[in-house]
Design a protein around this ligand. Structure first.
Ligand SMILES: *Cc1c(COP(=O)(O)O)cnc(C)c1O
Length: 344
């Protein structure tokens, strides 16, 4: 093994999806945008389709092709960015359902693909994507007879259960959609955990399936193993790595492993993060470089061949906290250099 290895456990991913699905009495879809949060849209979508998922969501039409190939012709694949200029061929070829975000997108869609399914995304206060309430009021009578596949909106603060924004957006969503015959969707992972008021007809979790917060009961899905390139002895007073930021206080053994911030192990990851040999933690010392990380293995009985940085003890959220970011960003920055393996 000469490159770091990323192992994705499709079995725990499926069980996380099942656990989220069990919290709702509505249908549960799956968000597989950004290459399934960096874990591989093809294998992840195929595993979820096998688990019974019928509704997939991607960010852009380009992402839909790989998902379609993985899930077959029957599942619905919806596109959050809607129907953008130049998307018509992709939408038609891969039978993707755009979630239209503006009256302009609605006109474009009706003109380019008049027979093609579409959904509607409404803005309920996040001010990021979606048709504004005033525009919806003007368009609703024209759109509803065309049977949109879904009417959806997105919560801005669902990871904070007590934030009043949740209730506010729920109220606005109801005002905009009560009486509509179309299936409705408001909740991602956070919204599922807020309770059944937020579930409507379809939930769309992402991060919880991939093992991240705010789903506290998520099982870890990824492990990352780092191959040791060399192990050296360092005398007390000698420093390790760029900037001499770590100085040995005792005679130490330092393992240099082949991975770094170019592999999404952010340079900002500070103290308190370990690399493991089985259950045994070894502290990361010195700065994380682009391709190399140094680890204090002095207390191990023998020099290791590899160390594991993501495992059941230390999760994407632990790395995120140490780097001052969120688990979503750790997952999506893991990058292309890993050799990847899937546990089915
Ligand atoms: C990313 C996204 C989701 C999934 O969110 P998670 O927090 O990962 O569950 C759902 N809906 C929309 C519109 C999104 O952009």
């Amino acid at each position: 093994m000469s490159t770091a290895r990323l192992t994705i456990n499709l079995y725990t991913l499926a069980s996380n999806w099942q656990a989220l699905d069990a919290k709702t009495s509505c249908e549960t879809g799956a968000v597989v945008k950004a290459d399934a949060y960096g874990l591989g849209a093809g294998p992840v979508s195929a595993a979820l389709a096998e688990e019974g998922v019928r509704n997939f969501f991607v960010a852009a039409a380009e992402e839909g092709a790989a998902v379609r190939e993985a899930v077959g012709p029957d599942a619905t694949i919806s596109v959050f960015s809607g129907h953008m200029e130049g998307d018509s061929d992709l939408l038609r070829q891969h039978n993707l359902t755009p979630l239209l975000n503006s009256s302009e997108q609605f006109r474009r869609h009706r003109q380019a693909l008049p027979e093609h399914a579409f959904g509607i995304q409404l803005d309920t206060g996040m001010n990021r994507l979606g048709i504004e309430p005033a525009d919806w009021a003007a368009l609703r009578t024209e759109i509803e007879p065309l049977n949109p596949s879904l009417v959806m909106s997105h919560l801005a603060c669902a990871d904070e259960p007590d934030n009043p924004m949740n209730r506010h957006q729920l109220r606005v969503f109801r005002e905009l959609t009560d009486g509509s015959a179309a299936p409705r969707s408001l909740a991602a992972t956070g919204g599922i955990l807020l309770g059944s008021d937020y579930h409507f007809d379809l939930c769309r979790p992402g991060i919880g399936m991939y093992g991240g917060q705010p789903f506290a009961h998520a099982k870890p899905v990824v492990t990352v193993d780092l191959p040791v390139i060399q192990v050296r002895e360092v005398e007390p007073g000698e420093s390790v790595g760029y900037g001499n930021s770590w100085v040995a206080r005792r005679k130490s053994r330092i393992a240099t492993v082949a991975a770094g911030y170019a592999d999404g192990l952010h340079r900002a990851i500070g103290g308190g993060i370990d690399a493991f040999v089985a259950d045994r933690p070894c502290p990361i010392v010195g700065r994380i470089s682009m391709d190399l990380i140094t680890i204090d293995v002095t207390d191990l009985p023998e020099d290791p061949e590899r160390l594991r940085i993501l495992n059941g003890h230390q999760t994407v959220d632990d790395l995120a906290e140490a780097a001052g970011t969120i688990g979503y960003e750790i997952l999506t920055s893991l990058g292309a250099r890993y050799s990847r393996g899937y546990i089915e």
